[in-house]
Design a protein around this ligand. Structure first.
Ligand SMILES: Cc1cc2nc3c(=O)[nH]c(=O)nc-3n(C[C@H](O)[C@H](O)[C@H](O)COP(=O)(O)OP(=O)(O)OC[C@H]3O[C@@H](n4cnc5c(N)ncnc54)[C@H](O)[C@@H]3O)c2cc1C
Length: 472
């Protein structure tokens, strides 16, 4: 069985901190060498380690996404193997264009959090925003945000954080919170509420951000360094600066230097590591995740990466709701003219995250098979190594290359920081990107060849196909 011990041994810890909260701090969580949080079991007694394992999102001892299900289930919800049970899917955005500029996508995540507080459904939010002690070198952190603080802490922070500290005082707070997080963090928070019901009294609602993969803190640093702002001079970053003359997926990355306050920015696609397919600074944990949208949350928000929406630079969300009360808030918001609700079926939402599902289903099966064949412990997932059987050798090569690129990015960047020479990172990344492109090209060529041969075969099967072709 793969427990929290094996998760740590194999470097699969995501640093969520639920293990620390459930053991009242006996399991410590601190920033590790790859600039992400990691749990440490050394000071915890065996009973505490078992308890920690029951909330770890990468342990077989914790309830998985199917076992947890929606937090507030309702008999009428539709089941879906990729989105989880849900009451509703749609696309949409906040109607205020100025507000949209300050959000990553359609702004509905922060709009809902604000609405939940305004309507007294919760007292405050637990989410990732600007770090209060920026001097300590961390740019973002999990904290409690009050009603007037949510709007000032928007946008996606592709930056490793932990819930360990913020969860610690919850049971004694006597307050109700909406917690925002990527899928594995929400799963851990849900498991924590099961293990210690006093947390369930405070964690009233769960809001998930769709997640392609998580990023260590080095991701933002490496992008800023490429703009001429080295890590020790980095004061602020903007992972998603919208450009109204370009598509929603063609945003800028920006960084502020501490020494003179100057701001630099460039299209993220022009920066090494900015392409998500290259997996730069992806934690190893993400190689073992099968939940793209946050199936255990009341509601999930992502980007509508769909042809009908991607051309609108203001940004559009896809939304998967699993809570009728939240559905009613969306309806009221639309009736008041605050938000725009557009049609998006469950299939549309899945299509908007096609790359994420390939990574977490076919890709995961290939990685499980590789690790099992190498005799390594792997967490039990909802896909198995056997599901890799239909993957073509080229596809397998691409998946392996992505994993290799993630690993190399951590090591190459650490060398660059130690030598204070960014070129060490960039050189290593460029070589891997070139390798990735070569594999990707052959995969695409194979897809074209397969399509051509299917069309050819269909033509021979169609009645009259021969004469049609001869007539041309
Ligand atoms: C690591 C990561 C990977 C993602 N991958 C994908 C993807 O592959 N596909 C996709 O469609 N969407 C992905 N998203 C979600 C997407 O980037 C947007 O965050 C989402 O669409 C919400 O946009 P919005 O305009 O509604 O949010 P906004 O109105 O800008 O509000 C964002 C809210 O999220 C909170 N927040 C920001 N970062 C974090 C964080 N790291 N942890 C917890 N809370 C946070 C903020 O505090 C704020 O409340 C990812 C997000 C993250 C953090």
């Amino acid at each position: 069985m793969h427990r929290i011990e094996e998760t740590l041994e194999r470097g699969i810890c995501i640093g969520c901190g639920a293990c620390s909260a459930v053991t009242d701090g006996a399991v410590r969580v601190s920033l590790g060498p790859t600039r992400m949080y990691v749990a440490d079991l050394s000071a915890a007694a065996e009973t505490e380690v078992r308890r920690a394992s029951r909330v770890c999102p990468f342990s077989d001892e914790s309830p998985n996404e199917d076992a947890l299900g929606a937090p507030h289930p309702d008999g009428g919800m539709r089941a879906d193997g990729k989105l989880g049970r849900h009451s509703r899917t749609f696309a949409g955005r906040v109607r205020d264009d100025a507000y949209l500029l300050g959000s990553s996508s359609g702004g509905l995540t922060s709009w809902l959090v604000n609405t939940l507080i305004e309507r007294d459904v919760v007292d405050a939010a637990i989410t990732v925003g600007y770090a209060s002690g920026a001097e300590a070198g961390e740019l973002f952190e999990y904290s409690v945000l009050e009603r007037d603080e949510v709007t000032g802490n928007r946008k996606s922070q592709y930056y490793a954080a932990t819930m360990a500290d913020v969860l610690q005082d919850l049971p004694s707070s006597g307050r109700r919170f909406a917690i925002v997080g990527v899928p594995c963090f929400i799963r851990a928070a849900r498991a924590l509420c099961r293990e210690r019901p006093e947390f369930a009294r405070s964690l009233a609602l769960f809001v998930a951000l769709v997640c392609g993969h998580y990023k260590t803190q080095a991701f933002g640093e490496s992008l800023a360094w490429q703009l001429g702002v080295p890590p020790d001079d980095l004061a602020q970053v903007d992972f998603r600066s919208k450009r109204l003359d370009r598509g929603a997926n063609d945003y800028d990355f920006g960084a502020r230097a501490r020494h003179d306050g100057t701001w630099q920015q460039a299209p993220v696609r022009t920066l090494i590591g900015g392409n998500w397919g290259h997996s730069a600074f992806q934690p190893e944990a993400c190689n073992f995740c099968d939940d793209v949208v946050g199936e255990t949350a009341d509601v999930s928000f992502g980007d509508a990466w769909l042809p009908q929406f991607v051309g609108d630079p203001r940004g559009t969300n896809v939304v998967v709701s699993r809570n009728r009360m939240i559905d009613a808030l969306f309806d009221e918001g639309a009736a008041r003219g605050e938000i725009e609700v557009l049609e998006a079926t469950a299939e549309d939402v899945v299509a908007s995250q096609a790359g994420g599902f390939r990574h977490r289903r076919e890709g995961l099966a290939i990685r499980l098979r590789d690790d099992e064949e190498a005799g390594l412990s792997v967490p039990r997932k909802r896909v198995t190594a056997a599901d890799a059987a239909s993957a073509t050798p080229k596809r397998v090569a691409l998946i392996r290359q992505r994993r290799r690129m993630a690993r190399l990015s951590h090591a190459a960047y650490a060398r660059a920081v130690a030598a204070r020479d960014l070129r060490l990172y960039l050189r290593a990344e460029r070589a891997e990107i070139a390798r990735y492109r070569r594999i990707d090209l052959t995969v695409r060529q194979r897809a074209v060849d397969v399509t051509k041969s299917v069309v050819k075969r269909l033509l021979t099967l169609l009645p009259g196909a021969f004469s049609l072709r001869s007539a041309r």
